[in-house]
Design a protein. Structure first.
Ligand code: HEC
Ligand code: HEC
Length: 357
């Protein structure tokens, strides 16, 4: 019973975001005028070593008040049509903000079928959002397909009405954005501000790179497998350093025929069928199940796929098309999994700044 209910709610929630962005474009000038808010305190985001500078939109500079507001909204089911689901329902911090081990996270892509939830981490560096890159920045994550615009409008109106008649939100929005009248523009900006601060950069692997931790022999052997072009060759796509991905869209040989068209849903190009955003492998030990459709429940299954399961999809990435089956022996595969486990960032998963306010 749980799944259909959440499916329905999620559709409403994302529909609301889609409209929020559309309206945000119209309201742009208005918000820009309001921008010089003396009451809002500028927030200095610390960029971790090894990460590039973060592109923060000039019309949504981070403030202490804006981030706190976005965090509260992220955890508040008020954003859903019947007040039961918040962003955090499917983006839960102990799982690096994924959906509690659920394979399908309900309704996000109501057009193309079910997909597995994605982590919320280091999004300020991601050039695109969703498995198919259907949105290009956090504010505009709503360039996703609109299936029922009328229903969306109703949902947006309802959400804004609820927020505007709330005993506390108008004051909080006034502090963050200089107006107690809550608009879709300010709503989405607050959530984006919080998301930009949700940064993971302190895994054991990061500590090892900084000389603060030592890898075990097994982990170190696993790193060799990860880097070796004739073994794992994982680094050619899930590039270590910073975000642990190059964000390119690729097909990694899950199926011969893709049921989910992936990137092609956005570009409509045949050459993009079955390609998905190369996911970051940070915190990978806690974000299962794996792949866009959550088909693998363990990292062992994932590594087995790369070792012997690659399917000859027409758009298969060249690195994998040339990969020899059984190139890793069972010891190497175990070592690789041990190395993947060093990507877990406990301080991120338990950081109170990202938790429920
Ligand atoms: C019912 C589950 C659910 C809820 C509620 C939910 N999400 Fe998601 N979220 C998902 C799924 C599933 C995906 C992957 C969708 C896809 O790629 O098609 C996703 C993807 C995302 C992404 C893209 C991440 C990336 O790396 O590309 C962001 C950002 C995001 N969600 C933010 C939010 C915010 C903010 C809210 C609350 C306003 C929210 N989500 C509510 C399930 C959910
Ligand atoms: C050619 C590029 C490429 C190579 C090489 C590659 N991957 Fe991937 N990987 C991807 C893509 C693309 C996806 C997403 C595929 C999907 O969901 O359809 C992915 C998904 C994953 C996932 C699931 C992540 C999640 O959030 O669900 C894991 C884990 C993973 N890869 C680990 C590895 C390991 C370990 C190696 C080395 C043995 C490796 N990958 C090699 C491109 C690659």
């Amino acid at each position: 019973m749980k799944l259909p209910k959440r499916l329905y709610l999620l559709k409403g929630l994302f529909a609301f975001l889609v409209v929020a962005v559309a309206v945000s474009a119209c309201k742009k000038d208005e918000v820009e005028e309001e921008e010089q808010i003396p009451s809002a305190t500028p927030y200095n985001l610390v960029i971790p070593a090894g990460f590039p500078a973060m592109n923060i939109p000039i019309d949504n500079e981070l403030t202490v008040e804006g981030i706190a507001l976005g965090r509260r909204l992220f955890y508040d089911p008020i954003l859903s049509s019947n007040n039961l689901v918040s962003c955090s329902s499917c983006h839960n911090q102990p799982m690096a903000f994924t959906d509690n081990g659920n394979q399908y996270s309900v309704g996000v892509d109501s057009i193309a079928g079910f997909r597995n939830s994605m982590p919320i981490m280091n999004l300020g560096w991601s050039p695109n959002l969703f498995w198919d890159g259907g949105a290009t920045n956090i504010e505009s994550q709503a360039i996703a397909p609109i299936t029922d615009p009328i229903e969306m409008h109703q949902t947006l109106d309802a959400a804004l009405a609820k927020l505007n008649s709330h005993p506390e939100y108008p004051t909080l929005f006034n502090k963050a954005f200089g107006s107690s009248i809550i608009t879709s523009a300010t709503l989405i900006r607050a959530i984006a501000q919080f998301e930009r601060t949700v940064i993971s950069a302190n895994s054991k692997y990061d500590q090892y790179v900084k000389g603060e931790a030592t890898l075990t022999t097994q982990e170190s052997n696993g790193m060799d497998v990860y880097m070796d072009v004739n073994k794992g060759n994982c680094n050619s796509c899930h590039t270590l350093g910073g975000t642990f991905t190059d964000y390119e869209f690729r097909n990694n040989g899950l199926d011969v025929v893709s049921t989910d068209e992936g990137r092609a849903r956005i570009t409509t190009l045949g050459g993009d069928i079955g390609k998905f955003k190369t996911p970051p492998l940070r915190n990978i030990s806690v974000t299962g199940p794996y792949m866009h459709d959550g088909r693998f429940t363990s990292l062992e299954q994932v590594v087995n796929h790369y070792n012997t399961g690659i399917q000859n999809h027409p758009n298969l990435a060249p690195q994998l098309a040339s990969a020899v089956p059984n190139r890793m022996n069972s010891q190497e595969m175990q070592d690789l999994v041990a190395f993947l486990n060093t990507f877990t960032d406990e301080s991120f998963l338990t950081n109170p700044a990202y938790g429920k306010p």
